[in-house]
Design a protein around this ligand. Structure first.
Ligand code: GDP
Length: 599
């Protein structure tokens, strides 16, 4: 039997927000949010900053459907600002406290066009910020001082790394430098890089590299760029195109000048006078130092002694090192630092935040561990075509983000043409990326980062792509007939695709005793016979095989403690929403709704 699940109210949560903001988004009292955090052991006051993950757990606990807020691409571009990054990161910041910070640059481009050479050339020719030369180590980023202006360069080039970071939540880059070898021109990965940077709403500067070669064909390459919507400034467009040579170091100053120019025309700001938040660029286990992490501070100032939480890792910062291994005490916005003192190796691309004390740090990690355990039984689907369809119905979205992969180049045109003709003014397909080739891990990361669905025409995901899509919850639809592909997207746009759910029983509890607690109501004292009981699960009451009730768990306690989960063999007290008529011997069956796979 399949049925439509009652939609939970969606709350769109920015990647960082205050407790007050979260409460406002859900239209409930901040006290409720603070209590929910306290239940999990996190001591937070009303102006405390929390990250998306924490906010989402609280929202889910309170019966909402949390989504990470992503501004629609169209809106972002229409407002003239190619990047709304700071708005997302600094959502709750008093504009008066925002100060300019160094731009963070990532180098993208086709293989062998000179990304690594350019990164090295920039690092070597320019004075390292705040240091007199010295041997530097690659820690994921470095800073240079160009004419009194600090620029931060991420030193893992390529859009795969860039988008993998984004898929995990990090929005680190302010400006993308697209390297195009002038003797080779726009190649498939150049196109991918352009689309990945655009999807991230990051402005692009083109570095026309290898200009030292006689066979450099500047005009031809500029034409190819213009064909992709990057019209060079000297052709009347808005894309800065700077001829350089990583080999002879020609043009590097012009390139950095262009970075400063773009930085000045974009709002690249932060509030240095607050506790730090940012992203993990790299995590490593070093034989002599233990767990190390390179963090990019994105807002606030990080200090030694601060307690950092990221993903399932926390700890007090014992030491901070610059890329040239100098110890520092403070790191302001846009500064990359290697830190020592974490309890484990954090995952690159994760956000980090500073919390009040080690106890809160550990509590936040414990809360996330619980959440992960709960998810391992009922995987959450990131974003599916059916999901999109019901969001359209509910008026919650206006755009369907799509990534199209086809068997041959020739199929792209007719498919994209048909898809772009679908929908109307208000509802449309937004094509993030279209290319020939298998569906890869990089496509899946782009889909996660952009809330997109991947449609394949006569192609399939490769092994890494499929595995990543399964864990990341990305919907991949493959078709062998163009008409079917277009028809299904059309239906989704019209809100006609109905998601189909099935019930999955996760555990059974037997009632051993019943209690009536003043102001709380009826509580069943149970033993979990099989599986688990979860506070966010659905429940049915069965008496001699007959179903008396179908609803939700209201409370779950072990002794006096609220718990998220009780496993088989343990006893607990359970309350159900709107049900009091428990009897000893009744069975409470706990279940979750899972999306039926599309055929
Ligand atoms: P990546 O794959 O984009 O990181 O490219 P690399 O930086 O590894 O460079 C690929 C090749 O191009 C190497 O052999 C470099 O020496 C060469 N190369 C890079 N930049 C230049 C340049 O400006 N001029 C010339 N002639 N060769 C370059």
């Amino acid at each position: 039997m399949s049925e439509q699940v009652q939609e939970r109210v969606v709350v769109e949560i920015p990647i960082f927000l205050s407790v007050r903001q979260l409460a406002e988004l859900m239209d409930i009292s901040p006290i409720v949010v603070i209590k929910e955090l306290m239940n999990a052991g996190v001591m937070a006051h009303i102006n405390q900053q929390i990250d998306y993950e924490t906010g989402a757990i609280v929202a889910e606990e309170l019966g909402f459907d949390p989504r990470e807020e992503t501004p629609a691409l169209d809106e972002a571009f229409a407002e003239g600002g190619p990047t709304l990054l700071w708005e997302r990161l600094y959502a709750d910041e008093d504009p008066a406290k925002l100060k300019a910070r160094p731009p963070v640059v990532t180098i993208l481009g086709h293989v062998d066009h000179g990304k690594t050479s350019l990164l090295d050339a920039i690092r070597d020719t320019e004075v390292q910020a705040g240091e007199a030369g010295g041997i530097t180590q690659h820690i994921g980023a470095y800073q240079i001082d160009y004419d009194g202006r600090v620029i931060t360069c991420l030193d893992t080039p390529g859009h795969e790394a860039f988008t993998a970071m984004r898929a995990r939540g990090a929005h680190t880059t302010d400006i993308a430098v697209l390297v195009v070898a002038a003797d080779d021109g726009v190649m498939p990965q150049t196109v991918e890089a352009i689309n990945h940077a655009r999807a991230a709403q990051v402005p692009i500067i083109v570095a026309l590299n290898k200009m030292d070669l006689d066979r450099a064909q500047t005009e031809r390459v500029k034409q190819e760029l213009a064909d992709r919507g990057l019209v060079p400034d000297d052709w009347g467009g808005t894309t800065l195109c700077v001829p350089v040579s990583a080999r002879t170091k020609m043009g590097l100053d012009d390139l950095l000048e262009a970075v400063v120019l773009v930085a000045d025309s974009t709002e690249i700001v932060a509030n240095p006078d607050r506790t730090a938040v940012g992203s993990v660029l790299e995590g490593r286990l070093e034989r002599t130092l233990g767990a190390t992490a390179t963090l990019l501070v994105q807002n606030g100032t990080l200090r030694t002694g601060d307690v950092v939480v990221t993903g399932l890792v926390s700890g007090r910062v014992r030491r901070m090192l610059t890329p040239s291994k100098q110890s520092i005490e403070e790191a302001g916005p846009s500064t990359p630092v290697m830190i020592l003192g974490l309890s484990g190796v954090p995952e690159a691309g994760r956000m980090f935040q500073v919390v009040a004390d080690t106890r809160t740090g550990r509590a936040m990690v414990a809360m996330r561990e619980d959440e992960l355990a709960a998810r391992s039984v009922a995987p959450t689907r990131a974003f599916t075509l059916d999901d999109f369809s019901s969001r359209i119905q509910a008026g919650q979205t206006k755009e369907l983000n799509l990534i199209v992969k086809t068997d041959v180049q020739g199929s792209i045109e007719p498919i994209v043409g048909s898809l772009e003709g679908l929908g109307d003014e208000d509802l449309k397909v937004n094509l993030i990326h279209a290319a020939a080739g298998n569906i890869t891990e990089s496509d899946v990361n782009l889909a996660i980062a952009s809330r997109a669905i991947i449609v394949g025409f006569q192609v399939r995901p490769d092994t890494a792509g499929r595995r990543h899509a399964e864990t990341g919850g990305v919907d991949i639809r493959t078709y062998d007939v163009i008409y079917k592909l277009v028809d299904e997207v059309d239906k989704a746009l019209k809100g006609l695709l109905e998601p189909v759910y099935r019930d999955v029983v996760i555990g059974e509890a037997e009632i051993l005793a019943t209690f009536n607690i003043p102001r709380v109501g009826a509580i069943a004292g149970c033993r979990i016979r099989t599986g688990v009981a979860r506070r966010n699960a659905r429940a049915r009451v069965l008496r001699r095989g007959e179903q008396l009730y179908d609803g939700h768990v209201a409370s779950l306690k072990r002794f006096d403690q609220d718990v998220r989960e009780v496993r088989s063999g343990f006893e607990c007290g359970m309350g159900l929403v709107d049900f009091r008529n428990f009897e000893v011997g009744d069975i409470i069956q706990l279940y979750v709704k899972e999306l039926e796979e599309a055929e």
